[in-house]
Design a protein around this ligand. Structure first.
Ligand code: PMP
Length: 391
């Protein structure tokens, strides 16, 4: 039966990472994968997480099976983190622990297929490389809408124009903050307009928030989600703890459905649990237990996360300053306004390949670079290289 398997190309990101690892040049720079890196090029485990792991090792709680929805206390804390401690919408939310943000996206894809089988899900172009494959695997029709910078935020008029074919019940996927790969985020006015558009056209937003805390701050980064939840009866949300708790390989996230009324919650939860049950049964307890201790030490967590965000902002600003000094085209200055770890360099695939072959600077052919992969000591070299290939 194996001869029926399709022949697949290697994943572009992981393929490029293998190429980077094989490169013998010591000065090479990995700006490929979306993980935070410190000045030593390491992805550190947060101190607050280390302390939580020590505490858990001491108490050695049972490893017996847990409920299908995962850790209830974690789910409640995540709901408050996403909607705000004092939100009046908290009682409308059904939240289930998932296997990372990816698991949340897939669970919500399966959920949409169950609840609204004919729905089209609209994803951003450019967008996160895994959105389309995930939703197509759930059996959904996927179409793109453009995500372009405007003077203040994103070009909402272009978006609304391109969504002319969207039908009531279709799902509009929006990155909650720190858009991957462009770094372009909506302004407050853009969010208000998007919420009004969804209301008028009866679209259901799915807010994918994988970088909460990397834009303007933990609570600031949910402003767009809040605007949608205040305006609309039904909002879906996938959230990840991979970046903001640094729990990448421990696979922690949530899928949240903010339902039109409280009485829809039990039915929604049963369906989400059942979708998880037929896939992996239940999500991992250990990472949720760590997260609960992190929530208990919130001040320390926020301080560590603020330091991470400030380092990325510093690198972004320094890179732009250096590019300006080196005479790189003015189009590179747009990077200053971007949020989070990513930006798309205004370079062609051939120019990105030259960055790799001539300078050992590895970003995707699309121009996506992870700013956190830069080291302060390499900024000048990187800016010279970028200005050179752009010339
Ligand atoms: N959504 C977006 C926009 C992402 O960039 C990512 C991963 N970087 C995810 C979801 C998936 O996150 P996780 O690693 O927690 O599965």
């Amino acid at each position: 039966m194996l001869h029926l398997l399709p022949t697949l190309l290697p994943d572009p990101i992981w393929g490029l990472t293998a190429e980077f690892q094989a490169d013998p040049r010591p000065e090479k720079l990995d700006l490929i994968v979306g993980v935070y890196r410190d000045e030593n090029g390491q992805t550190p485990t947060l101190d607050v997480v280390k302390a939580a792991e020590c505490q858990l090792a001491e108490t050695a709680a049972t490893k017996a099976y847990r409920p299908l929805a995962g850790n209830a206390s974690f789910n409640a804390s995540m709901t408050r983190l996403l909607l705000g401690d004092t939100s009046t919408e908290l009682e409308r939310a059904a939240t289930i622990q998932t296997v990372g943000g990816t698991g949340a996206l897939r669970l919500l894809g399966d959920f949409i297929k169950l609840a609204q089988p004919a729905a089209t899900i609209w994803t951003t172009d450019p967008g996160y490389i895994n959105h389309r494959p995930i939703f197509e695997t759930s059996g959904l029709r996927v179409r793109d809408y453009p995500w372009r910078q405007s003077a203040e935020g994103i070009d909402v008029d272009l978006i609304f124009h391109c969504l002319a074919d969207a039908r009531p019940g279709d799902v509009l996927l929006i990155h909650g903050c720190c858009h991957n790969p462009s770094g372009i985020d909506p302004s407050a006015e853009d969010w208000t307009e998007i919420a009004a558009f969804c209301a008028k056209r009866e679209l259901v937003p799915l807010v994918d928030i994988a970088y909460q805390g990397f834009g303007d701050g933990l609570s600031e980064d949910t402003a767009g989600l809040h605007r949608l939840v205040e305006t609309l009866p039904l909002v879906l949300c996938s959230a990840s703890c991979s970046k903001n708790m640094g729990l990448y390989c421990d696979r922690l996230g949530v899928a949240m459905v903010v339902a039109p009324e409280e009485r829809a919650i039990a039915k929604t939860m049963r369906n989400l649990e059942n979708l998880g049950r037929t896939n992996y049964s239940m999500p991992p307890e250990h990472s949720a237990a760590v997260a609960n201790l992190v929530f208990n030490a919130k001040a320390q967590w926020v301080a560590e996360l603020d330091a991470i965000r400030n380092r990325v902002s510093y690198l972004r600003k320094e890179l732009c300053d250096t590019l300006e000094r080196q005479g790189a085209p003015a189009s590179f200055q747009a990077l200053r306004r971007h949020k989070g770890m990513f930006s798309l360099l205004p370079l062609s695939p051939t120019q990105m390949q030259r960055l790799r072959s001539e300078y050992g600077i590895y970003g995707s052919d699309t121009g996506r670079v992870n700013i956190a992969g830069l080291r302060a000591a390499d900024l000048s070299m990187a800016a010279t290289a970028i200005a050179d290939v752009a010339a």
